[in-house]
Design a binder for this molecule. Sequence first.
Ligand code: ZN
Length: 497
Amino acid sequence: MTTAQSALTQLKARLAEVADLERVGMLLAWDQEVAMPRGGAEARAQQRASVERLCHERFTDDRVGELLDAAVAETPLDEDLLAVTRRDLDKARRIPGDLVAELVHAAATGHEAWTKAHAASDFTPFEPFLRRNVELRRQYIACFPEVPRPYDALLDDFEPQMRTEQAQDVLGRLRDGLIPLVEAAAGPPADAILQGSSFPVDAQRGFVETVLRQVGVDDERWRLDVAVHPFAATMGLGDVRLTTRYAPDDLDSLYSSLHEFGHGLYEAGIDPALARSPLQGGVSSAVHESQSRLWENMVGRSSGFWRWGFPHLQAAFPDRFAGRTWQDVHRAVNAVRPSLIRVTADEVTYGLHIALRFELELALFEGDLDPADLPEAWNERTRAYLGLEVPDDAHGVLQDVHWAEGLFGYFPTYALGTVISGQLWARINADVPDLEERLARGDFGPLREWLAERVHRHGRRLTPTELVARAAGGPLDPEPYLDYLRAKLAGSAPLVG
Ligand code: ZN
């Protein structure tokens, strides 16, 4: 048969195979982080590289291009599938195989160098690895000579079709809105209710499981495990894996679990008809992050959530919270205090950590910042935005692993996701006016349904711009998020803790 349907059917079969290989690679990665004994690292690196190579070869094979051309010419069906496949294929074919291999290798050696440099808190031995990553990314950028600005090529890997100019505009407005909020809210610590060494890990696990069950996790389709760097991974329909970490002296396990739950719920809610195709997945890193941040912050730091959750917290840690109220905890989890480390930053200062990284990336790729001068530039901006002195490289330029792995263009998506979460939250509250009361009753159903309908089910069928415009009612705009923070900061006793 040489009908249009057969080209499309054959293409779909090939894409399903590629999708399966991708998930197999993901499973190998999940196992490495969660279960593998450390001795398996070298063998696992080879296994992952083999699967990745197979995946890349199967996808960029000439046959896929032929089938795609035939399918496009012969059928008006599955327009979205064909457009996304075309985009992915064009991008994948631009990068020479040698450069792909070098990028993978440099990411692995960069990671190793970073681990040592971070432990020693010394940027100097790490600098050549960083320089190499920047150089390779410049070669990568050169594969896309048509982009107006070099950084566009980096950003596009995470935010399809977004231009640097737009990211700069949105993040600049976010930064300028956050700085006065931080200055007005920050003060000395007033309440150490969530600090100190009495959060037994078993009790934390019980509390986290209670919360996850209530928001929508079940044993049939979900798993929760422990990992050093928490993440979420979806292996396929009906198999969502979350990870968290437990420290004995804080309750960050709750917030990392809610964060990863947001990522997992997104993937779990994608239309099953898109399974095993390039359309099964989040549409962009920022939209993905909007889902995790929404559950972590808008839900997890809301008064509604704590009116429901506080009795469970008290039951898990009876000594710790005897004589306390939900308001005490609500105040503590919303405390604003500039700090040096991004991953433990509060909701308000977090965006400034991202603005700093984004601006330094722009200076590296479009300005005249040399990698050797990065620590000084980092410390200068930390002083300007957070009012803090960086005591050593581990608390400064070396704190994140992203650049060590050659991940440039990724950081802005954290803050862009936060911006989108603010826009979505405003819409949800308009559509579900009694949301706060529902959360206080532990009723998370209407929120889940709203997100599934407006965001999750589409997978990659819409472009990120289309999805945000439809779900949030307009283009990216930091104002709803800033309004949400302003209302919270104005609404209660000073949020200092
Ligand atoms: Zn995330």
